[in-house]
Design a protein around this ligand. Structure first.
Ligand code: ADP
Ligand code: MG
Length: 308
């Protein structure tokens, strides 16, 4: 039976910083649940509370049948926690790291190979290499192997793909899906909005608040505006000019183009844009209707626009 999590009205401040402002949510058994948010959102603070490494100022959380305020020993038994950094011993080899963690939990790599094998196989060819000499992606696979060694029912992974190259990020998410298929409930945080699509449900966080919680499909379906994607030869003045146009609710730089959110019909808005920009010297002006992706939904919800 996979475990569920209940988080109720959690608050946590560090001196004058409110890291978590009344956070409540539930994670279902065996869910792959993502916490998406920029630096300072409160992701790490929430994970430290769930692993009972720190206490909330108020509120409570239950991990399965256990209470984070009281049952920290039990919670540590059933949880595999991969902190953002430094869970490995860099001067030990890959194999020594695994065996070290196994020993802590009075078990062995061999006893758990059925669970860890999918992950460990990918780093086994380098088992004699020092962990410090691994690539970012391989370090994370080793850290995941170590977090799995005591057969946790819950995995909590704090930004496991930050700073990892695109191919290794994809491989890491494939491994998470495999671990989910083995019945593990997974909480994962990431600053990469595109990774939201890989989760069953996500919470978008900013500055200690949860802005929305839903499946990635629902978040995209509920997007309230139409989007026009605009490009030209001069992107910087284009951004400024587009924000001035009537009916432009929000305007963001989005990769190679600019996304303009509007309530108006898209053809009318396209006319507005062409009229307003005529005579301003733009060349190669290209305006296309764009279907929303999860980044658009998040940008629309966030207080201060972040560049995608
Ligand atoms: P995230 O992991 O999403 O980047 P954190 O939980 O690390 O967010 O931080 C949330 C806020 O709390 C930030 O403003 C951060 O500066 C602050 N904070 C985190 N840990 C501490 C600490 N030990 N002392 C003081 N402030 C902290
Ligand atoms: Mg963090």
């Amino acid at each position: 039976m996979s475990i569920a999590i209940q988080i109720e009205n959690i608050r946590k401040s560090y001196r004058d910083v409110e890291a978590l402002k009344d956070v409540s949510l539930e994670v279902k058994p065996n869910e792959l649940f993502g916490f998406i948010g920029p630096d300072g959102a409160g992701k790490t603070t929430l994970f430290r509370i769930l692993t009972s490494l720190i206490l909330p100022d108020s509120g409570n959380a239950r991990v399965g049948d256990f209470d984070v305020l009281k049952d920290y020993k039990e919670i540590r038994q059933i949880t595999g926690y991969m902190p953002g950094r430094f869970s490995l011993y860099f001067d030990l080899t890959v194999e020594e790291n695994i065996r070290f963690y196994a020993k802590l939990f009075h078990t062995s790599l061999e006893e758990n190979y059925d669970l860890i094998g999918d992950v460990y196989k990918q780093i086994e060819p380098f088992k004699h290499r020092r962990a410090g000499a691994l690539s970012g992606g391989m370090k994370q696979k080793l850290a995941l192997s170590c977090a799995l060694i005591h057969r946790p029912q819950l995995l909590i992974l704090d930004e496991p793909t930050t700073g990892v190259d695109a191919v290794s990020r994809k491989e890491f998410w494939d491994l998470l899906k495999k671990m989910q298929q083995k019945g593990i409930t997974i909480l994962v945080s990431t600053p990469y909005m595109d990774e939201a699509a890989l989760c069953d449900r996500v919470a978008l966080m900013q500055s200690g608040n949860i802005l929305t919680i839903d499946s990635p499909e629902n978040i995209v379906d509920h997007f309230q505006w139409k989007i026009l994607s605009v490009k030209s030869n001069q992107m910087y003045p284009l951004l400024k000019d587009l924000t001035q146009i009537e009916g432009a609710e929000q305007v963001y730089r989005f990769g190679e183009s600019i996304h303009l959110f509007t309530q108006n019909g898209t053809s009318r808005m396209k006319e507005n844009i062409l009229t307003s920009l005529s005579g301003k010297g733009y060349q190669n002006l290209d305006i296309e209707i764009q279907k929303p992706v999860i980044e658009d939904c998040f940008l629309a919800l966030m207080d201060k626009p972040e560049e995608a």
